[in-house]
Design a protein around this ligand. Sequence first.
Ligand SMILES: *[C@@H]1O[C@H](CO)[C@@H](O)[C@H](O)[C@H]1NC(C)=O
Ligand SMILES: *[C@@H]1O[C@H](CO)[C@@H](O)[C@H](O)[C@H]1NC(C)=O
Ligand SMILES: *[C@@H]1O[C@H](CO)[C@@H](O)[C@H](O)[C@H]1NC(C)=O
Ligand SMILES: *[C@@H]1O[C@H](CO)[C@@H](O)[C@H](O)[C@H]1NC(C)=O
Length: 443
Amino acid sequence: MKAPLSSLSPVNQMVRKARISTPFIFTVLAFIIFVAILYGQDFACTFSSFDNHQQPQTLDNSPRNPKLHSNFVERKDKKKGRREKKLPFAVGSTAESCDIFDGEWVRDMERKPMYEEWECPYIQPQLTCQEHGRPDKDYQHWRWQPRGCDLPSFNATLMLEALRGKRMLFVGDSLNRGQYVSMICLLHRLVPEQGKVMESSYSSLTVFRLKDYNATVEFYWAPFLLESNSDDAVVHRIADRVVRKGSIATHGKHWKGADIVVFNTYLWWMTGLQFKILKGSFKDEVQEIEELSTEDAYRMGMKSMLKWVERNMDPKKTRVFFTSMSPTHAKSIDWGGEEGGNCYNETTLIEDPEYWGSDSRKSIMKVIGEEFSRSKAPVTFLNITQLSSYRKDAHTEIYKKQWGPLTPEQQADPKSYADCVHWCLPGLQDTWNELLFAKLFYP
Ligand SMILES: *[C@@H]1O[C@H](CO)[C@@H](O)[C@H](O)[C@H]1NC(C)=O
Ligand SMILES: *[C@@H]1O[C@H](CO)[C@@H](O)[C@H](O)[C@H]1NC(C)=O
Ligand SMILES: *[C@@H]1O[C@H](CO)[C@@H](O)[C@H](O)[C@H]1NC(C)=O
Ligand SMILES: *[C@@H]1O[C@H](CO)[C@@H](O)[C@H](O)[C@H]1NC(C)=O
């Protein structure tokens, strides 16, 4: 799977103000509230799958040079019989028949994680499980093995070279922030201390600057992608969530000019109630609110995201990814465990290959599938939901910085406050980035 690096021309990049460093501390807090909400939730819905979506970008009918063939993605669009030209950043390709998201976890004690928790200073204390007393490291020794092929190994040198003069941006909620931090941890070791700086602030944007590469890897807090009343990067513990219809440009104007964008959005929509959509503006004195089902509200979010990508991202120069729902493990009975349990104390994987979990993931996956297949936006779908759903062992549980003093009930029963939403780093989310790496360079 080795191929030379493609020529990478610098692309205009937004110049942004440097910001003063302050840790973004409170953002994970809201998810603890989610866990509580999610406990009481159970949707039974149908699930339909769809092909990983990738639109042909240009026609290419020129005769192929067989020597170059492996460097090009020339995938036939089944419906239109057209050839797809090389995607930006591609240096090779993955066998067309291979769905890298379909496979199994292989125990691999020999394999070291790609970085150690203590050597990556960028991991927020909500994800440093060893530091907070997690007794085992088993969760670090699993390798994802697709059924049809091998994953290319993550090559940080290649990634850094590809980022030269470029801007990579993660947009979404704290789960996407976890993937963002994992990416930084995967890269930072190759960059000397004076060549990198983390610029964060109380604003929505966190910037990791690679000075010698003239590159940034950024995270933008927008848990719904659209404008909402939970957009404050620090204070967003709002029980009664409201999202403003048609408002993606509010945040989207800060994403323009990015070369690689990775979106996610899911958990914040899961209130278990009718979802509130604002029609006018948050400044209106009398707010016009429409209540939608979770699925319809989420569908509106998907449509907005896809339309934004179509209008604002140049498929000849940029790549856009969408990470599917990160699963939670809040109820042991879902995987045949004891009543009242959750991910706490779980060190083994769920072995049932059909396991999906009993929440709204199926209906949301269906919405994503429908909206992606209707849209022409060149978004690569990172289907991490199923493979992550086996990983009840990989959550931060109680091994993280807790937000406030624990109640006596919580102290007596660690189960009651275990975080079964977020993931320890290093851990599962490094695999998400290996998959992102595969789709970026070997599409
Ligand atoms: C850094 O990147 C920006 C945007 O890609 C570009 O405009 C600028 O010329 C680059 N600077 C250097 C010193 O390469
Ligand atoms: C996601 O991956 C799983 C496992 O490979 C598969 O069963 C499912 O159909 C995929 N979903 C979509 C929407 O492609
Ligand atoms: C990683 O990528 C760099 C830059 O393309 C390349 O020179 C190197 O051989 C690669 N390393 C491996 C182990 O493939
Ligand atoms: C955790 O699991 C171990 C072994 O499976 C068991 O001995 C222990 O009692 C469990 N602890 C709690 C608090 O459930």
